[in-house]
Design a binder for this molecule. Structure first.
Ligand code: PBG
Length: 322
Protein backbone atom coordinates (compact mmCIF):
# COMPACT_ATOMS: atom_id res chain seq x y z
CA UNK A 1 0.00 0.00 0.00
CA UNK A 2 1.26 3.45 -0.94
CA UNK A 3 0.61 5.49 2.18
CA UNK A 4 2.18 8.88 2.81
CA UNK A 5 0.89 9.19 6.35
CA UNK A 6 1.71 6.34 8.69
CA UNK A 7 1.41 7.61 12.29
CA UNK A 8 2.51 4.17 13.45
CA UNK A 9 6.08 5.03 12.37
CA UNK A 10 6.52 7.02 15.56
CA UNK A 11 5.01 4.31 17.76
CA UNK A 12 7.32 1.49 16.80
CA UNK A 13 9.72 1.41 19.74
CA UNK A 14 9.65 2.52 23.36
CA UNK A 15 12.41 5.07 22.65
CA UNK A 16 10.48 6.62 19.75
CA UNK A 17 7.33 6.81 21.84
CA UNK A 18 9.25 8.38 24.70
CA UNK A 19 10.76 10.95 22.36
CA UNK A 20 7.41 12.22 21.04
CA UNK A 21 5.43 11.94 24.26
CA UNK A 22 3.39 15.10 24.87
CA UNK A 23 2.55 14.70 28.53
CA UNK A 24 4.72 13.56 31.40
CA UNK A 25 3.89 12.66 34.95
CA UNK A 26 6.65 13.10 37.51
CA UNK A 27 6.59 12.92 41.31
CA UNK A 28 7.13 16.72 41.31
CA UNK A 29 3.52 17.26 40.29
CA UNK A 30 1.91 15.14 43.00
CA UNK A 31 0.40 16.02 46.36
CA UNK A 32 -0.30 13.24 48.88
CA UNK A 33 -3.33 13.48 51.24
CA UNK A 34 -3.01 12.32 54.86
CA UNK A 35 -5.56 11.95 57.67
CA UNK A 36 -4.46 12.91 61.18
CA UNK A 37 -6.17 11.54 64.30
CA UNK A 38 -5.48 12.02 68.02
CA UNK A 39 -3.34 9.57 69.98
CA UNK A 40 -0.01 7.85 69.55
CA UNK A 41 0.87 4.85 67.44
CA UNK A 42 -2.56 4.90 65.78
CA UNK A 43 -2.69 3.39 62.29
CA UNK A 44 -6.32 2.64 61.40
CA UNK A 45 -7.01 1.35 57.89
CA UNK A 46 -9.72 3.07 55.86
CA UNK A 47 -11.80 0.14 54.60
CA UNK A 48 -12.85 1.67 51.31
CA UNK A 49 -9.35 2.94 50.50
CA UNK A 50 -6.77 0.14 50.63
CA UNK A 51 -3.35 1.57 51.52
CA UNK A 52 -4.82 4.66 53.21
CA UNK A 53 -4.83 5.01 57.00
CA UNK A 54 -5.92 7.36 59.73
CA UNK A 55 -2.65 8.15 61.47
CA UNK A 56 -1.70 9.78 64.75
CA UNK A 57 0.83 12.60 64.50
CA UNK A 58 3.84 10.29 64.92
CA UNK A 59 2.60 8.21 61.99
CA UNK A 60 1.95 11.33 59.91
CA UNK A 61 5.55 12.40 60.47
CA UNK A 62 6.85 8.97 59.42
CA UNK A 63 4.69 9.05 56.27
CA UNK A 64 5.90 12.54 55.45
CA UNK A 65 9.52 11.40 55.64
CA UNK A 66 8.73 8.58 53.25
CA UNK A 67 6.78 10.84 50.87
CA UNK A 68 9.64 13.33 50.84
CA UNK A 69 12.14 10.55 50.22
CA UNK A 70 10.14 9.45 47.18
CA UNK A 71 10.48 12.90 45.64
CA UNK A 72 6.88 14.00 46.18
CA UNK A 73 7.10 17.68 47.15
CA UNK A 74 3.86 18.14 49.08
CA UNK A 75 1.22 16.66 51.35
CA UNK A 76 -2.26 17.91 52.14
CA UNK A 77 -3.40 17.29 55.69
CA UNK A 78 -6.91 16.54 56.95
CA UNK A 79 -7.72 16.30 60.64
CA UNK A 80 -10.23 14.30 62.63
CA UNK A 81 -10.59 15.93 66.07
CA UNK A 82 -11.16 14.30 69.45
CA UNK A 83 -14.52 16.04 69.83
CA UNK A 84 -16.90 17.43 67.25
CA UNK A 85 -19.35 20.24 67.98
CA UNK A 86 -21.83 22.47 66.17
CA UNK A 87 -19.26 25.16 65.38
CA UNK A 88 -16.31 22.91 64.58
CA UNK A 89 -14.12 24.52 67.24
CA UNK A 90 -11.46 21.82 66.81
CA UNK A 91 -10.70 23.33 63.43
CA UNK A 92 -9.26 26.56 64.80
CA UNK A 93 -7.91 25.48 68.19
CA UNK A 94 -4.21 26.24 68.66
CA UNK A 95 -3.65 22.71 69.92
CA UNK A 96 -6.03 21.15 67.38
CA UNK A 97 -5.08 17.96 65.60
CA UNK A 98 -4.01 19.69 62.38
CA UNK A 99 -2.07 22.35 64.21
CA UNK A 100 -0.16 19.63 66.09
CA UNK A 101 0.46 17.67 62.92
CA UNK A 102 1.70 20.70 60.98
CA UNK A 103 4.14 21.68 63.72
CA UNK A 104 5.51 18.14 63.96
CA UNK A 105 5.89 17.70 60.20
CA UNK A 106 7.52 21.08 59.64
CA UNK A 107 10.01 20.30 62.37
CA UNK A 108 10.85 16.81 61.08
CA UNK A 109 10.71 17.43 57.31
CA UNK A 110 11.09 21.18 56.81
CA UNK A 111 11.50 20.94 53.03
CA UNK A 112 8.18 19.19 52.48
CA UNK A 113 5.39 21.57 51.43
CA UNK A 114 2.57 21.22 53.94
CA UNK A 115 -0.84 22.16 52.57
CA UNK A 116 -3.78 22.18 54.97
CA UNK A 117 -7.40 21.59 54.03
CA UNK A 118 -9.45 24.45 55.43
CA UNK A 119 -13.00 23.27 56.08
CA UNK A 120 -15.30 22.57 59.00
CA UNK A 121 -16.93 19.29 57.94
CA UNK A 122 -14.48 17.04 59.79
CA UNK A 123 -14.99 19.13 62.94
CA UNK A 124 -18.76 19.67 63.08
CA UNK A 125 -21.03 17.15 64.79
CA UNK A 126 -23.58 17.54 61.95
CA UNK A 127 -20.89 16.96 59.28
CA UNK A 128 -21.65 20.04 57.20
CA UNK A 129 -18.93 22.40 55.99
CA UNK A 130 -20.14 25.35 58.08
CA UNK A 131 -22.45 26.52 60.82
CA UNK A 132 -26.13 25.69 60.54
CA UNK A 133 -28.85 28.33 60.76
CA UNK A 134 -32.36 27.07 60.17
CA UNK A 135 -31.84 24.25 57.74
CA UNK A 136 -28.93 25.77 55.86
CA UNK A 137 -25.23 26.29 56.10
CA UNK A 138 -24.95 30.01 56.86
CA UNK A 139 -22.37 31.55 54.52
CA UNK A 140 -21.01 34.61 56.28
CA UNK A 141 -20.75 33.25 59.84
CA UNK A 142 -18.98 30.22 58.35
CA UNK A 143 -16.49 32.42 56.51
CA UNK A 144 -15.53 34.08 59.79
CA UNK A 145 -14.65 30.67 61.26
CA UNK A 146 -12.76 29.60 58.14
CA UNK A 147 -10.58 32.71 58.47
CA UNK A 148 -9.74 31.72 62.05
CA UNK A 149 -8.97 28.20 60.88
CA UNK A 150 -6.69 29.33 58.03
CA UNK A 151 -4.80 31.76 60.27
CA UNK A 152 -4.29 29.10 62.92
CA UNK A 153 -2.94 26.70 60.28
CA UNK A 154 -0.53 29.37 59.06
CA UNK A 155 0.54 30.10 62.62
CA UNK A 156 1.29 26.39 63.12
CA UNK A 157 3.54 26.55 60.05
CA UNK A 158 1.38 25.53 57.08
CA UNK A 159 3.05 26.45 53.79
CA UNK A 160 -0.23 26.68 51.85
CA UNK A 161 -3.86 26.85 52.99
CA UNK A 162 -6.53 25.21 50.85
CA UNK A 163 -10.16 26.16 51.55
CA UNK A 164 -12.51 23.38 50.42
CA UNK A 165 -15.81 24.57 51.91
CA UNK A 166 -17.29 26.38 48.86
CA UNK A 167 -18.66 29.33 50.83
CA UNK A 168 -18.90 32.57 48.85
CA UNK A 169 -16.24 35.17 49.57
CA UNK A 170 -14.03 32.96 51.68
CA UNK A 171 -10.88 33.40 49.63
CA UNK A 172 -10.94 37.19 49.97
CA UNK A 173 -11.70 36.97 53.67
CA UNK A 174 -8.93 34.42 54.27
CA UNK A 175 -6.47 36.56 52.29
CA UNK A 176 -7.31 39.60 54.41
CA UNK A 177 -7.15 37.56 57.62
CA UNK A 178 -3.77 36.07 56.77
CA UNK A 179 -2.35 39.46 55.78
CA UNK A 180 -3.59 41.09 58.97
CA UNK A 181 -1.83 38.44 61.07
CA UNK A 182 1.52 38.67 59.30
CA UNK A 183 1.03 35.84 56.81
CA UNK A 184 1.03 37.80 53.58
CA UNK A 185 3.55 35.25 52.26
CA UNK A 186 1.20 32.27 52.72
CA UNK A 187 -0.41 31.20 49.43
CA UNK A 188 -4.03 30.12 49.04
CA UNK A 189 -4.85 27.06 46.96
CA UNK A 190 -8.56 27.43 46.44
CA UNK A 191 -10.81 24.46 45.81
CA UNK A 192 -12.50 26.81 43.37
CA UNK A 193 -14.57 24.38 41.31
CA UNK A 194 -15.64 21.71 43.73
CA UNK A 195 -18.63 19.66 42.66
CA UNK A 196 -21.23 17.93 44.85
CA UNK A 197 -19.94 14.49 43.94
CA UNK A 198 -20.75 10.88 44.72
CA UNK A 199 -17.03 10.18 44.36
CA UNK A 200 -16.27 11.62 47.82
CA UNK A 201 -17.89 8.61 49.56
CA UNK A 202 -14.70 6.86 50.71
CA UNK A 203 -13.17 10.15 51.92
CA UNK A 204 -16.12 10.67 54.23
CA UNK A 205 -15.31 7.33 55.84
CA UNK A 206 -11.65 8.35 56.15
CA UNK A 207 -12.45 11.81 57.51
CA UNK A 208 -15.60 10.80 59.41
CA UNK A 209 -17.30 13.76 57.75
CA UNK A 210 -20.52 12.49 56.17
CA UNK A 211 -23.34 15.03 56.62
CA UNK A 212 -25.80 13.84 59.25
CA UNK A 213 -28.75 15.35 57.39
CA UNK A 214 -29.28 16.56 53.84
CA UNK A 215 -26.38 16.86 51.44
CA UNK A 216 -23.86 19.43 50.21
CA UNK A 217 -25.70 20.52 47.07
CA UNK A 218 -26.58 23.89 48.56
CA UNK A 219 -22.91 24.91 48.53
CA UNK A 220 -20.91 22.55 46.33
CA UNK A 221 -21.36 22.90 42.57
CA UNK A 222 -23.96 21.17 40.45
CA UNK A 223 -22.15 18.53 38.34
CA UNK A 224 -23.64 19.61 34.98
CA UNK A 225 -22.14 23.11 35.13
CA UNK A 226 -18.81 23.81 33.40
CA UNK A 227 -19.22 27.51 32.59
CA UNK A 228 -20.08 28.16 36.20
CA UNK A 229 -16.87 26.38 37.20
CA UNK A 230 -14.81 28.87 35.22
CA UNK A 231 -16.76 31.69 36.85
CA UNK A 232 -16.02 30.28 40.33
CA UNK A 233 -12.33 30.12 39.40
CA UNK A 234 -12.25 33.70 38.15
CA UNK A 235 -14.02 34.94 41.28
CA UNK A 236 -11.50 33.19 43.51
CA UNK A 237 -8.58 34.64 41.56
CA UNK A 238 -10.17 38.05 41.89
CA UNK A 239 -10.28 37.51 45.65
CA UNK A 240 -6.60 36.61 45.73
CA UNK A 241 -6.28 32.86 45.21
CA UNK A 242 -2.74 31.89 44.14
CA UNK A 243 -3.68 28.48 42.73
CA UNK A 244 -7.03 26.91 41.89
CA UNK A 245 -8.31 23.37 42.07
CA UNK A 246 -10.91 21.37 40.19
CA UNK A 247 -12.45 18.48 42.06
CA UNK A 248 -13.10 15.62 41.34
CA UNK A 249 -10.66 15.04 38.47
CA UNK A 250 -11.49 12.17 36.11
CA UNK A 251 -15.22 12.81 35.63
CA UNK A 252 -14.44 16.54 35.18
CA UNK A 253 -11.51 16.61 32.76
CA UNK A 254 -13.43 18.99 30.50
CA UNK A 255 -13.60 21.40 33.42
CA UNK A 256 -9.86 21.02 34.06
CA UNK A 257 -9.26 21.88 30.40
CA UNK A 258 -11.63 24.86 30.45
CA UNK A 259 -9.99 26.24 33.59
CA UNK A 260 -6.51 25.65 32.15
CA UNK A 261 -7.45 27.72 29.10
CA UNK A 262 -9.03 30.49 31.16
CA UNK A 263 -6.22 31.20 33.64
CA UNK A 264 -2.43 31.38 33.96
CA UNK A 265 -2.07 30.40 37.60
CA UNK A 266 -1.18 26.83 38.57
CA UNK A 267 -4.18 24.52 38.25
CA UNK A 268 -4.57 21.52 40.53
CA UNK A 269 -6.98 18.62 40.12
CA UNK A 270 -8.06 16.32 42.93
CA UNK A 271 -8.07 12.65 41.95
CA UNK A 272 -10.57 11.94 44.73
CA UNK A 273 -11.22 9.02 47.04
CA UNK A 274 -13.87 7.39 44.84
CA UNK A 275 -11.58 7.49 41.81
CA UNK A 276 -8.90 5.77 43.89
CA UNK A 277 -11.30 3.23 45.39
CA UNK A 278 -12.64 2.18 41.98
CA UNK A 279 -9.16 1.39 40.65
CA UNK A 280 -8.16 -0.43 43.84
CA UNK A 281 -11.37 -2.48 43.95
CA UNK A 282 -11.20 -3.49 40.31
CA UNK A 283 -7.51 -4.35 40.61
CA UNK A 284 -8.13 -6.41 43.76
CA UNK A 285 -10.68 -8.41 41.78
CA UNK A 286 -8.21 -8.96 38.98
CA UNK A 287 -10.43 -6.97 36.62
CA UNK A 288 -7.86 -4.35 35.64
CA UNK A 289 -4.14 -3.78 35.97
CA UNK A 290 -4.10 -1.36 38.90
CA UNK A 291 -0.70 0.19 38.24
CA UNK A 292 -1.42 0.76 34.56
CA UNK A 293 -4.85 2.24 35.32
CA UNK A 294 -3.27 4.50 37.93
CA UNK A 295 -0.61 5.85 35.59
CA UNK A 296 -3.10 6.27 32.76
CA UNK A 297 -5.44 8.18 35.08
CA UNK A 298 -2.69 10.52 36.29
CA UNK A 299 -1.50 11.06 32.71
CA UNK A 300 -5.04 11.90 31.59
CA UNK A 301 -5.43 14.45 34.37
CA UNK A 302 -2.13 16.06 33.38
CA UNK A 303 -3.06 15.95 29.68
CA UNK A 304 -6.31 17.79 30.45
CA UNK A 305 -4.19 20.61 31.81
CA UNK A 306 -3.56 20.09 35.51
CA UNK A 307 -0.16 21.22 36.77
CA UNK A 308 -0.65 19.48 40.09
CA UNK A 309 -2.53 16.32 40.97
CA UNK A 310 -3.69 15.65 44.50
CA UNK A 311 -3.84 11.88 44.70
CA UNK A 312 -3.85 8.95 47.10
CA UNK A 313 -1.70 7.24 44.44
CA UNK A 314 1.18 9.69 44.96
CA UNK A 315 3.47 7.24 46.76
CA UNK A 316 2.71 4.29 44.46
CA UNK A 317 3.13 6.47 41.38
CA UNK A 318 6.37 8.02 42.63
CA UNK A 319 7.79 4.53 43.24
CA UNK A 320 6.98 3.46 39.68
CA UNK A 321 8.09 6.72 38.09
CA UNK A 322 11.15 7.30 40.22
C1 PBG B 1 -14.16 18.71 52.52
C2 PBG B 1 -13.44 17.83 51.60
C3 PBG B 1 -13.93 16.69 50.98
C4 PBG B 1 -12.90 16.17 50.22
C5 PBG B 1 -11.79 17.00 50.40
N1 PBG B 1 -12.16 18.04 51.26
C6 PBG B 1 -15.21 15.98 51.10
C7 PBG B 1 -16.50 16.58 50.93
O1 PBG B 1 -16.67 17.68 50.39
O2 PBG B 1 -17.44 15.93 51.36
C8 PBG B 1 -13.01 14.95 49.37
C9 PBG B 1 -11.75 14.33 48.96
C10 PBG B 1 -11.88 12.96 48.41
O3 PBG B 1 -12.98 12.42 48.15
O4 PBG B 1 -10.83 12.34 48.24
N2 PBG B 1 -13.38 19.12 53.59
Amino acid sequence: MDLIHRPRRLRRTPALRRMVRETRVTPDQLVYPLFAVPGRGVKRPVGSMPGVFQLSVDGIVAECKEVHGLGVPAVILFGIPEHKDAEGTGAYADDGIIQQAVRAVKEAVPDLVVVTDVCLCEYTDHGHCGVIQGNEVANDPTVALLVREAVSHARAGADVVAPSDMMDGRVGAIRAGLDAEGFSHTPILSYAAKFASAFYGPFREAAESAPQFGDRRGYQMDPPNAREAVREVLLDLDEGADMVMVKPALPYLDVVRAVREAVDVPVAAYNVSGEYAMVKAAAANGWIDGDAAMLESLTAIRRAGADLVVTYFAKDAARLLG
